[in-house]
Every structure is written in structure tokens, then in C-alpha cells.
Design a protein around this ligand. Structure first.
Ligand SMILES: NC(=O)c1ccc[n+]([C@@H]2O[C@H](COP(=O)([O-])OP(=O)(O)OC[C@H]3O[C@@H](n4cnc5c(N)ncnc54)[C@H](OP(=O)(O)O)[C@@H]3O)[C@@H](O)[C@H]2O)c1
Length: 221
């Protein structure tokens, strides 16, 4: 699959190493330092291409967003049109100093991204902590951490789920895009637990459930 990535930091590189290993074609973009971008791409795999955010958007069958929420306006402007694209957002709505969320519970980073990208099929999939992605093992207490996807495009969500599973996490479908309003604060809680409460970066959630086939029990509330 052709994957264009906007943002070339911890999350982008942490995911890209799995995707490169599995034979996906990657184009990495959106660093403020062109030489660093090239070095970063080469450190993942020599086949990883680099370019502008607009080139990543044009290249990708899937366009992965992996930049800070504070850079949202600039990143989306730089990407140009994403109409018709499957957009896989890893962006959490963190404030610049990570002290809390810039938006939450009434909207989300994912929904703000969808507003900036008319016609795009936006799916949110916040991955496991980058420290885990970059370490020798993804397992925490011997288990794969659960991460959540949400979005309004069923086919797109399946693709994002599969890509996240390649990063060795358990992926739970949390429903429509608005579920991001609750996923993002949950990830903020994890940031707090890891860095303010002293649990460190090898942390994650495990979603426990008895029902084997959630499709059978689906309903509204
Ligand atoms: N880290 C995690 O564990 C984790 C887990 C789940 C979700 N997330 C979310 O994933 C997203 C990316 O996180 P990350 O940890 O990969 O961030 P990061 O390491 O700081 O990477 C950010 C990337 O965005 C680029 N960028 C371009 N313009 C920027 C600007 N004006 N300000 C800041 N960065 C700019 C940076 O390029 P330069 O080379 O110029 O710095 C860098 O490539 C965030 O929304 C975060 O909330 C993170």
C-alpha cells in the first residue's frame, strides 16, 4: 500500500518501521529541516521517499497525519486537498506543553481535521506510545496494549485497523468519528500516568470484555 506520512517524528518513524518491513511504499514529509527528514527516512529504510506534505498527500492511498495538534492549520494547509483520500490521524489534541487538551469532549482533533479536509475519509487511530513502538517489545505486562480506531467510513477503518495491527497492538473499533472526543482524553490520562504520576512510558490500556461478537449486541444509547 502507498502510505504518505505528514509528520516525521516519534510516531511517524515508530509506525513506519513496521510498514517498511511489511513492504508498504512510504513517503515521509513535514519536517522543518530537510536534511533531517532525509536522514530520518533513510534510518527507517533506504526505500522510504521524502517530499513535501502536498507530495505525501498526493502519493498516499492512505495519508497518515503525525504532527502536533498545535501545527494543525499549517499542516493541513501544506497538505492541500485530501478529498477522496483515506486520512489516518494519529493526532491527539494536546496543548503545546502537553499539560492538557486544547479541545475535548465536545469536539476532537479528529473532527477538527475532518473539517479541514472536505471529502476526505478521516479515521482516527492513536497508536501505542512511541517509546513502545521504538523499543524491542510492544508487550506491556506481557500483553499487547489496546488502541482504538474510530471513523465514519467502515472500509477505511478496516484499513487503518490493519495498519495499526502491524505495529503489534490490539486494535478496538470504537465506532464513529465522534468517539475521538473520548479516546483523546483517555490518551491524555495515559500521558499523565506515564509522565506526571511516574509510571513511565511503558504503559498502555487493556480493553477487557466478555462478549465475543460485539456486532450482535450493537445498539444506540
Ligand atoms: N508520542 C506518542 O507516544 C504519541 C502517541 C499517540 C499519539 N501521538 C500524537 O501523534 C502526533 C505526533 O506526535 P510525535 O510524538 O510523533 O511528535 P514529534 O516527535 O514532535 O513529531 C512531530 C513532527 O511534526 C513536525 N512538525 C512540522 N511542523 C511543526 C511545528 N510547527 N511544530 C511542531 N512539529 C512540527 C516535526 O518536524 P521537525 O523535524 O521540524 O521537528 C516532526 O516531524 C501528536 O499529535 C501526538 O499527540 C503521540
Amino acid at each position: 500500500m502507498k502510505i504518505g506520512i505528514i509528520g516525521a517524528g516519534n510516531v511517524a518513524t515508530g509506525l513506519a518501521k513496521f510498514w517498511a518491513k511489511n513492504g508498504h511504499q512510504l513517503l515521509l514529509s513535514y519536517s522543518r529541516d530537510a536534511e533531517k527528514l532525509k536522514r530520518t527516512a533513510a534510518s527507517i529504510d533506504r526505500k522510504v521517499q521524502t517530499g513535501t506534505a502536498a507530495q505525501a498527500a498526493a502519493f498516499g492511498e492512505v495519508v497518515v497525519l503525525a504532527f502536533p495538534f498545535t501545527a494543525l492549520d499549517d499542516a493541513m494547509k501544506s497538505a492541500g486537498t485530501l478529498s477522496g483520500k483515506l486520512v489516518f490521524s494519529c493526532v491527539n489534541a494536546l496543548k503545546g506543553d502537553n499539560s492538557g487538551l486544547a479541545v475535548g469532549t465536545t469536539t476532537s482533533a479528529a473532527e477538527e481535521i475532518a473539517k479541514c479536509a472536505p471529502g476526505a475519509r478521516v479515521v482516527e487511530g492513536l497508536p501505542a506510545f512511541a517509546d513502545l513502538l521504538h523499543s524491542d517489545s510492544r508487550l506491556v505486562s506481557g500483553m499487547k496494549p489496546s488502541v482504538f480506531v474510530c471513523g465514519d467510513d467502515a472500509e477505511g477503518k478496516q484499513i487503518v485497523k490493519k495498519l495499526l495491527e502491524e505495529s503489534e497492538s490490539e486494535v478496538i473499533d470504537a465506532g464513529p468519528l465522534w468517539a475521538a472526543r473520548y479516546i483523546e482524553p483517555a490518551m491524555m490520562l495515559l500521558v499523565n500516568l506515564a509522565y506526571a504520576q511516574g509510571y513511565g512510558s511503558r504503559v498502555g490500556y487493556k480493553f477487557l470484555h466478555d462478549v465475543a461478537d460485539p456486532q450482535r449486541n450493537k445498539g444506540s444509547f
